[in-house]
Design a protein. Structure first.
Length: 285
């Protein structure tokens, strides 16, 4: 027996609210658990010191520097390329086999496991181009990893811009590239920033690609160039939680590392959200 439309609507909204509440509760419990167990470890020394005694003591400063470097360099490489690719696919390419092949390639890349990107980065950037295990090799690999996400998000954002914007701009005699750069792209920036936010979280949390392209197990020094090996928070956390004979001894350090990683991700996401909200306010005026 089918429900009446009004009852079906109430049931659907109730189900959505339950699902939303479940997600919020789960995330809140996870964050509280990490904060409670990691807060006692946080200190200036923990953030600014080098790891000592095979990472059972000391701080995580090199891992923080390595993680921030990875995020910054990989986003600097992937964001312009992703946005330009989305502009080409949405504004300039015509339907056909070439566009279909590109779309299929993007979809396949989006579903490829991260360890495959790591092996590809090892073969191409570390070995073939000779960059060696380094920040540059890892950043290029992570840039390829998040490129499909940025392309898809940017393309969807460009598609939401009303066609009237394009027609009105072209009717004034403005070229197509100027229309794209001055009219369409600013209107699509809030949606593009959403894809960038998602990409930041993925870059910060990936372990397999950086493990194969440059992350070091124990390296108590700061990288002096993009060609240097590095430590990173996700790999540092993985090592603390799975290796050695003092896992129980380092458990507070594990939670402290996880808390610092979450803070960095939230800070980067916060910057992206501020930029997105700024452009949304400009568009609503």
């Amino acid at each position: 027996m089918f429900l009446r439309p009004d009852k079906a609507e109430k049931l659907a909204f109730a189900t959505l609210k339950i699902c939303m509440a479940s997600v919020i509760i789960f995330v809140s419990v996870l964050l509280i658990h990490i904060i409670v167990n990691g807060y006692s470890v946080l200190s200036i020394e923990f953030i600014t010191q080098m790891p000592m005694k095979r990472m059972t003591e000391g701080g995580i400063y090199p891992a923080i520097v390595g993680t921030v470097s990875l995020i910054g360099l990989s986003m600097a490489l992937a964001v312009p390329l992703g946005i330009l690719s989305a502009i080409y696919l949405n504004e300039y390419s015509s339907p056909g086999r070439a566009s279909w092949a590109i779309e299929m390639a993007i979809n396949n890349l989006a579903g490829t496991p991260s360890v495959v990107f790591g092996l590809f980065g090892l073969a191409l950037f570390v070995k073939y181009f000779g960059f060696g295990p380094s920040i540059l090799s890892a950043s290029l690999t992570l840039a390829l990893l998040i490129l499909p996400v940025i392309i898809r998000a940017s393309k969807e954002a460009l598609m939401t811009v009303p066609q009237e914007y394009r027609e009105a701009s072209l009717a004034l005699g403005i070229t197509k590239w100027q229309t794209t750069r001055k009219v369409i792209l600013p209107a699509a920036i809030p949606g593009i920033m959403t894809g960038i936010v998602l990409s930041i979280g993925r870059v910060a949390g990936e372990t397999a690609p950086i493990l194969l392209t440059g992350a070091a197990y124990f390296l108590p020094r700061i990288p002096d160039s993009v060609f240097s090996q590095f430590m990173a928070l996700p790999y540092h956390l993985f090592v603390l939680a799975t290796s050695g004979t003092s896992i129980s001894q380092t458990r507070p350090l594990q939670y402290g590392t996880a808390l610092v990683l979450l803070f960095i991700v939230f800070m980067m996401n916060g910057i992206a959200v501020v930029i997105r909200n700024h452009y949304r306010k400009k568009l609503s005026r």
